[in-house]
Design a protein around this ligand. Structure first.
Ligand code: CA2
Length: 150
């Protein structure tokens, strides 16, 4: 069976390509998802996408993923820096999660330099624009292929 990957985009990422292109680039969320869909196909994986501005909805989607997903690629947006609830929901899934950020959060304001997610993530990619998602997908799929073969 094909590997099943869930991509979660956190708050305000629906605005991608429409505001602040100097920080987040000019690709829209649909562009990013279309590219990930194509790359996933090449890697032999199936992707599903979810975006929400609500912490509770994201926690709920993580919980629902438990039995229907092999791994999660996630940009938690601003909740990265605030949400114990999302961290706990990730832990409750028991699934590998790759945390991706378009900007390099360690080059920005102090309040962005703490991530509640990194400590429970398989790995973190930050600073490569929309490419961060592609790199994260590659890392996640490679990890899952290694696990399936071991
Ligand atoms: O660098 C990233 O990917 C972030 O996760 C993006 C979040 C930010 O709060 C994190 O610190 C770093 C913000 C996402 C909002 O994205 C927008 C995109 C276009 C226009 C407005 C917001």
């Amino acid at each position: 069976m094909k590997m099943r990957i869930l991509v979660i985009h956190g708050p305000n990422l629906n605005m991608l390509g429409k505001r602040e292109p100097e920080i987040y680039g000019s690709s829209t969320l649909d562009d990013v998802n279309a590219r990930l869909g194509k790359e996933a196909k090449e890697l032999g994986a199936k992707v599903e996408f979810f975006q929400s501005n609500s912490e509770g909805e994201i926690a709920g989607r993580l919980q629902a993923a438990m039995d229907s997903t092999d791994g999660i690629l996630m940009n938690p947006g601003a909740y990265t820096h605030t949400s114990v609830a999302i961290r706990d929901a990730i832990l409750s899934t028991g699934l590998p999660v790759v945390e991706a950020h378009m900007s390099n959060i360690y080059k920005r304001e102090d309040f962005r330099q703490k991530s509640y997610v990194s400590g429970v993530a398989l790995g973190v990619i930050s600073g490569f624009g929309a490419e961060s998602y592609s790199l994260g997908l590659r890392g996640l799929v490679d990890y899952l292929k290694g696990k399936a073969g071991s």
